[in-house]
Design a protein around this ligand. Structure first.
Ligand code: RAM
Length: 345
């Protein structure tokens, strides 16, 4: 295995880098947009619903959301299921609507299962922002996307291709089989592998449901089934951490590499022990922060979610709603042994 020099890095922009670096110093603070969010947003009540509770990724994105809500002096809450299942979020959506919340900010566990509940909420005036994992576009107002899906897929394929020297067997350990975000990325990864990496064979796609134990067990099963496996790519922060933990403590350490999407705090020890050379992510805190400001913009009538609408997102500045109600945070960022200590999330 060679120490790579990541062509994926070429895809990173200065904007993505500074967004990621900003996390070290950000948190709370004044609304820097100067347009007086407090004046028309302080009576709002905003509910965040992650795919499931107990995932450090969502803890970080929700804390970014809470920072934003504090900046416009509104009321923040976070609720959600313990398990990531297709319809586990429905009861929380219904309750938020019944309680008269002004906005729901949700990472969809399934593209369609939450839709009826979300549309019923919208009918009674709740603004719906999806973030991280979209639902079908006809059951939300806007989708705050962490990064361009093609870039997320390309970055992960570049990472694994470089790490295994352009040939060998890989498996994907995903989140749930219904996850809109992971399924979209995997589809694009498969296209990229087919088009540009004829010597890399994708032998299996396994699902750990964003559950640590299930992801750990799925890692063991993948290694048992595929004795020539060179790497596991996990496009989920739960899966990559579980896979790295399993491998770092097994005879596969140094033989089977792990990469994908992870949080620096969960991956640090596996980068230090060499189980993981490099992995990618965006800044989840900024993602939650931007999603909360999008909710503010919708709930105050600053935007109605149409393409071309612009709104202020506090310390992140101005954003524009793109095609299909999509708002793009930035670019993915690659973490490795040289930079991981600069990050704390
Ligand atoms: C997990 C979740 C989330 C995804 C990250 C990369 O935390 O599945 O939806 O965006 O991984």
């Amino acid at each position: 295995m060679k120490r790579n020099t990541f062509s994926a890095r070429a895809a990173l922009t200065a904007a993505g880098m500074s967004a990621a670096l900003a996390l070290a110093s950000c948190g709370g603070g004044d609304n820097g947009n100067g347009n007086g969010g407090d004046a028309d947003g302080s009576d709002l009540s905003i509910t965040f619903i992650p795919k499931n509770l107990g995932n450090p990724y969502f803890d970080t994105s929700n804390s970014g959301g809470e920072d934003a809500v504090n900046e416009f002096d509104a009321s923040f809450s976070e609720v959600g299921p313990q398990e990531d299942t297709p319809d586990g979020q429905v009861q929380y959506i219904n309750t938020a609507a019944q309680q008269g919340e002004d906005a729901i900010v949700i990472s969809g566990s399934d593209p369609s299962a939450p839709c009826d509940a979300l549309n019923e909420a919208r009918e009674v005036g709740v603004a719906v922002v999806t973030f991280d994992s979209d639902t079908n576009s006809d059951c939300r107002d806007v989708f705050v996307n962490q990064a361009d899906a093609q870039g997320i897929a390309q970055t992960q394929v570049d990472l694994v291709a470089e790490q295994i020297g352009g040939e060998g067997q890989i498996a994907i350990l995903s989140a749930s089989a219904n996850a809109t975000n992971q399924n979209h990325w995997i589809e694009l990864m498969e296209e990229e592998l087919e088009a540009n990496h004829p010597d890399i064979e994708l032998v299996e796609i396994a699902y750990g449901d964003d559950d640590d134990q299930r992801s750990f067990d799925q890692t063991a099963a993948l290694l048992q089934t595929h004795s020539d496996l060179d790497a596991i790519v996990s496009p989920t922060t739960v899966g990559i951490a579980a896979a790295a933990r399993y491998i770092s403590d097994s005879a596969y350490a140094g033989e089977v590499l792990v990469t994908g999407l992870g949080t620096p705090n969960q991956m640090r020890e596996y980068v230090e022990d060499g189980t993981v050379e490099a992995f990618a992510l965006w800044n989840p805190e900024d993602l939650g922060y931007l999603a909360a400001w999008a909710a503010h913009a919708l709930a105050t009538g600053e935007i109605d979610g149409e393409e071309g609408d612009t709104f202020e997102a506090g310390r992140l500045g101005e954003y524009t709603v793109g095609a299909d109600g999509e708002i793009l945070l930035g670019d993915p960022f690659v973490f490795d042994a040289e930079n991981i200590d600069e990050f704390d999330f």
